[in-house]
Design a protein around this ligand. Structure first.
Ligand SMILES: Cc1cc2nc3c(=O)[nH]c(=O)nc-3n(C[C@H](O)[C@H](O)[C@H](O)COP(=O)(O)OP(=O)(O)OC[C@H]3O[C@@H](n4cnc5c(N)ncnc54)[C@H](O)[C@@H]3O)c2cc1C
Length: 425
């Protein structure tokens, strides 16, 4: 059941979020015009690991993905900088993620949307906000007039964001052929370098590697090599990555963070996916959030959508921020980082709770706060004399929890907590 009367809706951007919105809106009786500048999905360097709630959203939206070349994702294997054995963090309850090339998945979602009788997908055009706030379509005149005074779903990705533009790091992406990872179907996080390296199989014999390269490690005018990451990953994998980089196969993407706060500007305009805000790709949550945003806007009026998604997106966002702070901002001597690894090694229940949060299967503020306290407890046990660092972490945690509580209590009232009471998206 939709909360709004069926009408015409303009969706700008046929990425994951825009297509999900188009499918969901069409399913609730709306007529949708989906506008996209580019037919070329292959140019993108974007998400390829989809957490289990995202996979379920694909199924609910009717996107057939099982025949695409892909691998299941069973969880994460973290290789810390303490020289000990890797930490294996399976998804709770045997859930699986989907690892698949972004262009293949996006082509399939676009195709599914374009097949819907109620969706018109128009390429080669852009949408911008006019002086009066209503959308203006630029490019070739559409075959049929497109109403622009109704609901406008903005799914233009990061180009719709208005935040700071200076990246703190870049992601270097490499697609590696004929290489195997130590643990089949786990995403490997190699944490012993200057910043984390993520590697997972996306097809038989094909591995996606993404390397977080802090801004100060990129020397302007010099070709990049993986010298700084030599100690971080197994030698065969490093050799393969270096060969791919030498062959010019590396792709770069700037990492910019913008809080997910802009869900709507007027009663007639809603933002979905990265247009709402985005974070460092380390936690691999962007596509899942994009799908869930898109699915939600089809079923609710703009204001309700904004309340639901602000509520539901807060804990995943806080989890992404926390992971980045511990794994990318800190170094191996950091007590919190050591505490996190120690917690994962020695407390299976805490490890399981972390995975529930990361997988977005758990959405409760209580669980998140408890996990943050556990990390602090293990950090103190790891390095009790690092008073300054522990104090800084405690202060950072308190501010984060305060902000989260504000989102959950001040801005969102009514029965939403019951709506999400089991924490399932
Ligand atoms: C390097 C990297 C790795 C990542 N890894 C992961 C991962 O493993 N897992 C994960 O879940 N997420 C990951 N992410 C994040 C994920 O890719 C994004 O969150 C997701 O693609 C967002 O989808 P979207 O549809 O909101 O935006 P986009 O994918 O950016 O799509 C926006 C669309 O809007 C179109 N557009 C732009 N301007 C206009 C306009 N004016 N008018 C009309 N259309 C317009 C664009 O052409 C594009 O098709 C990663 C991101 C990066 C950069």
């Amino acid at each position: 059941m939709t909360a709004v009367e069926p009408a015409h809706v303009l969706v700008s951007g046929a990425g994951i979020a825009g297509c999900a919105a188009a499918l969901s809106l069409a399913a609730t009786g709306h007529t949708v015009t989906l506008i996209e500048p580019s037919t070329d999905t292959g140019k993108r360097f974007a998400g390829e690991w989809l957490h289990p709630p995202g996979v379920r959203a694909l199924d609910r939206l009717g996107v057939a993905w099982r025949d695409l070349p892909h691998r299941p994702g069973l969880g994460f294997a973290v290789y810390p900088d303490d020289g000990l054995h890797p930490i294996v963090l399976p998804y709770p309850g045997g859930l699986t993620a989907l690892a698949c090339r972004h262009d293949l998945l996006l082509d399939r979602i676009r195709h599914t949307a374009a097949q819907q009788p109620k969706v018109s997908l128009l390429y080669g055009r852009r949408v911008q906000a006019g002086a009066d706030g209503y959308p203006v379509i630029t490019g070739p005149t559409p075959p049929n007039p497109v109403p622009t005074r109704g609901l406008w779903i903005r799914a233009e990705g990061r180009t719709a964001q208005s935040g700071p533009s200076h990246p703190r790091s870049h992601t270097l992406g490499l697609l590696l052929d004929d290489v195997e990872l130590p643990l089949e179907d786990f995403a490997h996080v190699f944490a012993a370098g200057p910043s984390p390296v993520l590697a997972y199989a996306i097809n038989e014999g094909q591995v996606r590697m993404t390397i977080d390269v802090p801004a100060h490690l990129r020397r302007p005018g010099k070709p990049y090599d993986l010298h700084d990451y030599r100690q971080a990953m197994p030698a065969p994998l490093l050799a393969c990555a270096e060969a791919a980089l030498r062959a010019g196969l590396g792709r770069w993407s700037a990492n910019r963070s913008q809080p997910r706060s802009q869900y709507t500007t007027t009663p007639h305009a809603a933002f979905v996916g990265d247009a709402v805000g985005s974070h460092h790709p380390l936690s691999a949550c962007g596509m899942t959030l994009a799908l869930l945003d898109g699915e939600c806007i089809g079923a609710h009026a703009v204001k309700t959508y904004s309340l639901i998604r602000r509520w539901a997106g807060a804990v995943p966002e806080a989890t992404a921020l926390t992971l980045h702070k511990i794994l990318a901002d800190a170094d191996g001597r950091d007590p919190v980082r050591q505490g996190l690894f120690r917690m994962w090694r020695s407390s299976p229940s805490a490890a399981n709770h972390s995975m529930q949060l990361l997988a977005m299967e758990e959405n409760s503020l209580r669980r998140f706060s408890y996990t943050m306290l556990e990390i602090l407890k293990f950090a103190i046990a790891s390095k009790p004399r690092s008073g300054k660092a522990l104090l800084a972490w405690t202060w950072w945690t308190l501010r984060l929890l305060y902000r989260l509580a504000a989102v959950r209590t001040n801005r969102v009232r009514g029965g939403l907590s019951r709506y999400f009471s089991r924490g399932r998206a």
